[in-house]
Design a binder for this molecule. Structure first.
Ligand code: 5GP
Ligand code: MG
Length: 180
């Protein structure tokens, strides 16, 4: 829990993240080449830093929108129940859409959000996740693009929190509890 003392061990540097986003941005540009408008949908709140860096690498006409789903709360345990706390502002029917997720863990969040957005009949719907924990997967889903595969560790930084803290770290680190 948040009041237990912990340290953060660096897992992925800011430089590695930037280089990976730059590489992935070219693949996304190729996939959506010629689009009149790409709606980039960030899943709040963990993707806010990632989406900010990603859209600045995309040489495409981009709009940004957000969805917020229920999260882990203050625990490190996943929950299978996914609720929409905040829906898109805009209509995506007939649109090109890129969903941006911080971490695909069990996959329930992305599975649920993709079903919801697909039901609105977008023209093309693709997904990108900064991090993937394949060993944790329960739902049959994977992002079209993944920044980094990571082991089953609880991570923070680069927008990702532990009980709302550590989102402002410029790198990804893993939480390690210390005695105290
Ligand atoms: P899911 O299990 O549905 O794939 O993941 C749901 C959400 O749990 C992710 O979008 C992410 O916000 C959060 N999550 C998964 N793994 C971690 C982690 O290691 N650290 C933090 N802070 N959140 C995580
Ligand atoms: Mg998330």
């Amino acid at each position: 829990m948040p009041d237990r003392p912990y340290v953060i061990d660096k897992l992925i540097s800011a430089k590695s993240i930037a280089a990976r986003i730059e590489a992935l941005s070219h693949e996304i540009e190729a996939e959506f080449a010629g689009t009149k408008k790409l709606t980039v949908v960030g899943l709040l709140r963990g993707s806010f830093v990632f989406i900010a860096d990603l859209v600045r690498e995309l040489d495409l006409p981009v709009e940004v929108d957000f969805v917020e789903t229920s999260s882990y709360g203050n625990s490190t345990e996943s929950s299978r129940e996914v609720r929409i706390l905040k829906d898109l502002r805009g209509d995506i029917e007939g649109r090109d859409v890129l969903v941006v997720e911080d971490i695909v863990d069990t996959g329930h969040t992305l599975f649920h959000v993709l079903n919801l957005l697909n039901s609105r009949r977008p023209h093309k719907l693709r997904t990108i996740a900064l991090l993937d924990k394949p060993s944790r997967r329960e739902a049959d889903i994977r992002a079209d693009w993944t920044g980094f595969e990571i082991p089953d560790e609880f991570v923070v930084g680069y927008g990702i929190d532990f009980a709302q803290r550590n989102r402002n770290l410029p790198y990804i680190g893993k939480v390690r509890f210390t005695e105290g």
